[in-house]
Design a protein around this ligand. Structure first.
Ligand SMILES: C[S@@+](CC[C@H](N)C(=O)[O-])C[C@H]1O[C@@H](n2cnc3c(N)ncnc32)[C@H](O)[C@@H]1O
Length: 96
């Protein structure tokens, strides 16, 4: 890989700031191992979490926006998984 990566963001994103899945795949593959944990604490539409799931990583996603969580949940629930892979758990945590 060169220092400058040319990868366009999706033309029709499901969330305004959605990133290109290829660049996220590359970052996850080069910076973690299968079964590692990937934490995205500003997960937006869940694109990074989806890449992590498809690459065999565990993941934790956080976002303050209910809309972001809805979009992420829809994206993650659409991934087919075998019977040994648990379904994601979505929890709303309210901080005071
Ligand atoms: C640039 S977007 C993330 C885009 C994401 N990587 C994607 O591909 O869709 C940033 C996200 O951070 C969330 N955010 C901003 N401040 C936050 C905070 N203090 N705690 C949690 N989430 C936050 C926003 O709601 C927004 O969804």
């Amino acid at each position: 890989m060169q220092d400058i990566w040319v990868m366009k963001d999706p033309q029709y994103p499901s969330y305004p700031t959605e990133k290109n899945a290829d660049v996220l795949d590359l970052i996850i593959k080069t910076s973690s191992n299968p079964n590692s944990y990937v934490l995205d604490c500003f997960c937006g539409s869940g694109t990074t979490l989806k890449s992590a799931q498809l690459l065999g990583r565990n993941w934790i996603g956080i976002d303050q926006s209910e809309q972001a969580i809805k979009v992420s949940a829809k994206k993650l629930d659409s991934i087919s998984r075998d019977i040994f892979t648990p379904k994601p758990i979505y929890e709303k945590i309210t901080l005071f």
